[in-house]
Design a binder for this molecule. Structure first.
Ligand code: C5P
Length: 287
């Protein structure tokens, strides 16, 4: 998450998160599910700007900004308040979120925004850049927020709060296409449709080749059943020359495929846009 400065403003990218694999292991007594997943992060996502101000404020723009509340219930505002509370003092900042990623679509948009807000404000307010402290703040905002603080590939277990860094360099830099067929799916509803069968985990330190060969997304079957367009998106991605690992991310509806080259990725993006002008398509790269 590189800072870009301009006129006292600083910027961070809230990177789109992908689940290269998402194995659901068990329903828990608290209503959540135990997961076993590999998270990777794209170099692109929402953009967040902050500049010094007397009070905290949030402005939302961008293609998916419509209808998002900018009030105290917004996760970015909650993150800002939490940073302020953790480090003491009553600090201000004018925050602008450019919402490029579709909402509630399995690529961690809200969590990545909250994580970016924590990093951005720690930087703007010149606070200690302490990963443990930032992770503690993130954990109070949602299970997926702490993993989104760090852009390295990670093995995630439990509800999403336990994660370890994956050092396998084979995870990095792949050209990737993200496709959202424009259907809204409820995360809770998709989890409720999971068939309850534990099909096994990913092992202690999952390697890229194994995750691509035998990893899966256990929420894909229930999502396909609830929204057939998700299956159409995966099939369209898988049919592109050079595509591999075409899967759904999270509980959907965004799907992705990796590509052997940028040229193949870009050609796939063009072909899918042409065939499905109403779908959201983003060409990017894993970080
Ligand atoms: O974490 P988040 O609030 O986005 O989760 C939305 C819903 O997804 C939860 O209320 C729960 O029904 C389901 N969920 C789950 N197990 C997880 C994560 C989410 O059952 N590990």
């Amino acid at each position: 998450m590189a800072d870009r400065t301009g006129g006292g403003r600083i910027c961070k990218v809230a990177r789109a998160k992908l689940n290269l694999a998402l194995h659901v292991r068990a329903r828990r007594a608290d209503g959540y599910h135990d997961l076993d997943s590999v998270f990777v992060h794209c170099v692109d996502g929402d953009e967040m700007w902050a500049e010094p101000a007397d009070a905290l404020s949030l402005t939302i723009t961008g293609p998916f900004g419509n209808g998002l509340s900018t009030g105290e219930d917004n996760l970015v505002m909650r993150a800002a308040r939490a940073v302020s509370a953790e480090y003491g003092g009553d600090r201000g900042a004018a925050i602008t979120l450019v919402k490029n990623l579709p909402l509630a679509s399995g690529i961690g948009g809200g969590s990545a925004d909250a994580a970016a807000a924590i990093r951005l404000l720690v930087s703007l307010w010149d606070l200690p850049d302490d990963p443990d402290r930032m992770s503690g703040i993130a954990a109070t905002l949602g299970a997926d927020v702490a993993p989104c603080l760090f852009s390295w590939p990670k093995h995630v277990i439990g509800r999403g709060e336990h994660f370890t860094r994956l050092g396998d360099a084979a995870y990095r830099d792949w050209p990737v296409v993200l496709v959202n067929p424009g259907v809204e799916v409820s995360t809770g509803a998709i989890f409720r449709e999971w068939d309850g069968r534990d099909r096994g985990g990913l092992g202690d330190t999952p390697r890229f080749a194994d995750v691509m060969a035998s990893g899966r997304n256990d929420l894909e079957a229930p999502a396909r059943a609830l929204a057939t367009a998700i299956g159409d998106a995966i099939d369209a991605l898988a049919a592109q020359p050079g595509a591999f690992g075409a899967r759904m991310s999270g509980s959907g509806a965004t799907c992705f495929a990796l590509f052997g080259s940028c040229a193949e990725r870009d050609a796939a993006g063009v072909a899918i846009r042409r065939a499905h002008p109403d779908w959201w398509v983003m060409e990017t790269r894993l970080s």
